[in-house]
Design a protein around this ligand. Structure first.
Ligand SMILES: *Cc1c(COP(=O)(O)O)cnc(C)c1O
Length: 353
């Protein structure tokens, strides 16, 4: 039986997508060939890449607005480097909201000076810093929209340009005015597809402003000019990402999934707030709709809770070691019924005391 999969990443994909992906591995569109044994230059795969690039822009409402979509490799972690390589000349501003933001800062420091605009490090990143000022003259501002490990999520984005956003763990999960961003990147393995590709959406007019020479593989412009096919792309990861985006479009797109995601998160946060045994980690106003983090109150029987979780068929609920406790990751593909199972277990454990 399928487990209720709350894994933080790589994470759950729609069952229908897994089914189609597995069929394509054996026989892609009745071609007599596997998706992963054909040339990436074949028209069959070029179609996949072009559809994936176009659909990512369509879902975000960014078609015909000067943006290009790329499916690159190296994970979001390589984007920490590529962003700075392509955009950082003198000084950039970073909002430090946790481990991933911190890693982005660390890598960018290889290319220029970094101004930490604000940080919630002193409280183990349990909230999003507010009321910070952004000086004039920065090369760009970088934020992390959802802090996967800590379970916090930005509601308001800085009014800055260019604005760069790591959306690895909440891409396609909520409606925003995506045109406020000049560069968005997201590792596929949280909310879009398998590990192995990273979606980069970049507004072309922010490129070409740094003086350094950029190696081809690091250069967004090179990838744009080659239609995201400068070298062999991760064909399977791109195809499965396309299937997931098509699944989302058929559901009604971001607006439809956003409602569902809110209902799911509400179930878990209600279970936390209406209990004596759960302590939410993130500040209420900054709670993430994707990752809900909590611990057990002192004296609660973690072993019993763990057994109840396990026998309900729930997978992947352990918190990240820097927060401890539990983390319920409720990405787009996780059905409401799975979250209801978790909420029922949480409520039952709370009643038992
Ligand atoms: C998981 C994650 C990353 C790291 O992604 P990789 O693809 O493993 O490099 C970066 N940022 C955020 C917000 C993440 O959740």
């Amino acid at each position: 039986m399928k487990k209720h999969n709350f894994s933080a990443g790589p994470s759950i994909l729609p069952q229908s997508v897994l089914q189609k992906a597995s069929e394509a591995v054996i026989d892609f569109n009745q071609s007599g060939l596997s998706l992963i044994e054909i040339s990436h230059r074949s028209s069959a795969f070029v179609d996949v890449m072009e559809s994936a690039r176009a659909l990512s822009l369509e879902l975000l409402g960014l078609q015909n607005k000067g943006y290009q979509a790329l499916f690159l490799q190296g994970g979001a972690s390589l984007q920490f480097i590529m962003v700075a390589y392509n955009l950082l000349e003198k000084k950039a501003g970073y909002l430090n909201t946790g481990t991933w933001a911190n890693n982005a800062i660390k890598e960018a420091k290889h290319f220029g000076s970094i101004l930490e605009l604000a940080s919630s490090k002193d409280s183990n990143f349990n909230h999003i810093p507010k009321n910070y000022t952004i000086p004039e003259g920065l090369d760009y501002v970088h934020v992390t929209s959802n802090n996967t490990i800590f379970g916090t999520q930005l509601q308001n984005f800085p009014n800055a340009s260019p604005l760069v956003c790591d959306m690895s763990s909440d891409i396609f999960s909520r409606s925003l005015d995506f045109s406020q961003f000049d560069l968005i990147y997201a590792g596929a393995q949280k909310n879009m597809g398998p590990a192995g590709t990273t979606l980069v959406i970049v507004k072309e007019d922010i490129l070409g402003k740094v003086l350094r020479s950029i190696p081809s593989m690091m250069d967004y412009k090179v990838h744009i000019d080659k239609d995201s096919m400068f070298n062999t792309p991760p064909v399977f990861a791109v195809y499965v990402s396309l299937l997931t985006m098509q699944w989302l479009k058929d559901l009604g797109g971001i607006k439809a999934i956003e409602k569902e995601n809110q209902r799911k998160a509400q179930l878990v946060y209600d279970a936390i707030d209406q209990s004596d045994v759960y302590v939410g980690f993130a500040a209420k106003e900054d709670r993430s709709v994707m990752n809900a983090t909590f611990t057990l109150a002192e004296g609660a029987d973690a072993e019993t809770f763990g057994q109840m979780v396990k026998s309900a068929g729930i997978n992947g609920l352990n918190g990240h070691r820097v927060v401890g406790g539990y983390r319920a990751s409720m990405y787009n593909a996780l059905p409401l019924e799975s979250v209801q199972v978790l909420a029922d277990v949480m409520n039952e454990f709370n009643r038992k005391g």
